[in-house]
Design a protein around this ligand. Structure first.
Ligand code: TPP
Ligand code: MG
Length: 276
């Protein structure tokens, strides 16, 4: 959308994290850890990488950002509001009956929402379809598919990986939140994914690994993804609950919203300017 500096991106991410806490505390339900953990990746993707225009959310040449792990939609909604796709006050309708901001996103409900998700494992197949269509139409639109790590335990993901490798869907970037948590514990313990990089490479993907809170690394990796003949998997090592000390790296915050008191503590911690 623009070319914000790392310091500006850090400010955007901080604001996104504050919105996530505020909306979840207001709703008193929803998913906190993954949403906070991916705020930096979302800031980079929406504000420094993707071709999008919030005033023209349906413009044809836009890049497509799909959220496959729909449960972290508070970070999607907060980012879209931050970018001006809709008003920030609407964030307080999260999970209300008839709201446009449901607990899992559905396409057509809100400007900027490109796919329906909730059942894990489907988004990469949706993204493959879009990327193949762009390839066949000789269009340059990029397709980004945001995914979680435990989602890779779904068989359909590997069918999509195989498909993208076969058709060399170079416009496709899978952005994997490698936070090593899922509902019931550590992803590595519940069902290990390793060696993940080698597995993805063996499906004919370019695989890049980055620290998911390092704006420079993220910008560089998204650029590298645009320079290859292969689909790219971007493994982002993130800290679930990032920015709030009592939430960080705790799988218990996967699907829990903060109480009013916890939200106040969290917002106090999210006031300082992040180091960059
Ligand atoms: C097909 C399917 N099975 C089960 C679920 C229930 N579920 C929601 S999130 C989740 C896994 C959480 O792990 P991860 O996706 O890594 O999310 P994180 O905690 O890192 O945000 C599960 C099993 C689902 N949404 N879809
Ligand atoms: Mg996870």
């Amino acid at each position: 959308m623009s070319t914000d500096t790392p310091a500006e991106l850090a400010q955007k991410a901080l604001s996104i994290r504050r919105s996530i806490i505020a909306m979840l505390a207001h709703a008193q339900s929803g998913h906190t850890a993954g949403a906070l953990g991916m705020a930096d990746v979302f800031a980079v993707l929406y504000f420094a990488v993707a071709n999008l225009d919030p005033r023209h959310p349906d413009k044809e040449d836009r890049d497509r950002i799909l959220l496959s792990n729909g449960h972290i939609c508070p970070v999607l909604y907060a980012t879209l509001a931050e970018a001006g796709f809709f008003e920030k006050k609407d964030l307080y309708t999260l999970r209300q009956l008839d709201s446009r901001l449901q607990g899992h996103p559905h396409v057509g409900s809100l400007p900027g929402v490109e796919n329906t998700s909730g059942p894990l494992g489907l988004g990469l197949s949706q993204a493959c379809g879009l990327a193949l269509a762009f390839q066949r139409d000789n269009k340059t639109n990029r397709v980004f598919c945001l995914m979680s790590d435990a989602e890779l335990q779904e068989g359909q993901v590997w069918e999509a990986l195989m498909f993208a490798g076969k058709y060399q869907l170079k416009q496709l970037t899978a952005v994997i939140d490698r936070n090593d948590i899922q509902i019931s514990g550590s992803t590595n313990e519940v069902m290990s994914l390793e060696p993940l990089k080698q597995k993805l490479e063996s499906f004919n993907w370019q695989v890049l690994e980055v620290e998911g809170h390092d704006f420079g690394q993220l910008i560089h990796a998204f650029h590298a993804a645009s320079q290859t003949e292969y689909p790219t998997a971007l493994i982002c090592h993130t800290v679930p609950g990032k920015g709030v000390d009592f939430m960080e790296n705790k799988f218990e915050w996967h699907g829990k919203a903060p109480t009013k008191e916890q939200a106040e503590q969290a917002l106090a911690q999210l006031e300082q300017e992040p180091d960059d």
